[in-house]
Design a protein around this ligand. Structure first.
Ligand SMILES: [Fe+2]
Length: 234
């Protein structure tokens, strides 16, 4: 069964869907992630992106309400969600999915269940992502202001039905850190603005916005994108 056909069968509960999705095993996962972040050949033109965002600025919504201190400074806009609309006030894909699932045990979602493109993904500035279109799942643009952050966390554990990519418009402002073997969080250096990276979110990581406004590209793909992910490594 492919990810798409599983997703179309809404009679199957979330756990069964998760079990049915094709997965990348631990060995394949480690082969792909030979570094914490890996530059790809994909790059978003930052000036073009900023110009495009002018028409969507008022549609960014709070990244859930799970942390009151982050209201108003940590926001998101959907590229791929459940409805294809970016205008809804409530969008469960704009926020931590584990938090949503914990509060909605009878209506849980897997990352790979979320596959409807909003028109924002078709904007010209996102043309470099076209190579991922057959596989792209829940993805968003994050807009952070000073003080916005994600606490240290992991997003997945192989065997996994999905993989993650990441990028930022403003590496001086958005700081990403990974835990080392001693349990210390070490900042990633030499991040290129607009560059899309394959990111190893099976390792504990956090992020914070140190100043002004910074955007991040929060992108995921289903496991079937594995070969493409290998091919787009820079
Ligand atoms: Fe993460």
């Amino acid at each position: 069964m492919t990810s798409k056909s599983i997703d179309e069968n809404h009679k199957i509960d979330a756990t069964t869907r998760f079990n049915l999705y094709p997965k990348i095993d631990i060995q394949e996962y480690e082969q792909l992630h030979n570094s914490r972040i890996i530059p790809t050949i994909l790059k978003i033109d930052v000036a073009d992106f900023f110009e495009t965002m002018k028409k969507y600025d008022s549609y960014f919504k709070n990244w859930s309400n799970n942390r009151p201190d982050q209201i108003g400074i940590r926001q998101g806009l959907p590229l791929v969600n459940l409805t294809g609309r970016y205008t809804d006030d409530n969008d469960i894909t704009i926020g931590p999915l584990d938090y949503y699932n914990k509060n909605n045990p009878d209506n849980r979602y897997n990352e790979t269940d979320i596959r409807v493109f909003t028109k924002i993904l078709y904007e010209k500035c996102f043309d470099p992502l076209q190579i991922l279109h057959d596989y792209i799942i829940r993805s968003s643009i994050l807009k952070w202001k000073k003080g916005a952050n994600f606490f240290p966390h992991k997003d997945l554990q192989p065997p996994t039905p999905h993989l993650r990519l990441w990028g930022t418009t403003d590496p001086d402002n958005i700081k990403l850190r990974f835990e080392n073997d001693q349990g210390e969080l070490i900042e990633v250096e030499n991040v290129e603005a607009g560059r899309i990276y394959i990111i190893d979110t099976a390792i504990t990581h956090d992020a914070h916005c140190v100043n002004d406004i910074g955007y991040q590209f929060f992108i995921a793909v289903a496991s079937e994108a594995y070969d493409i992910m290998e091919r787009i490594k820079q």
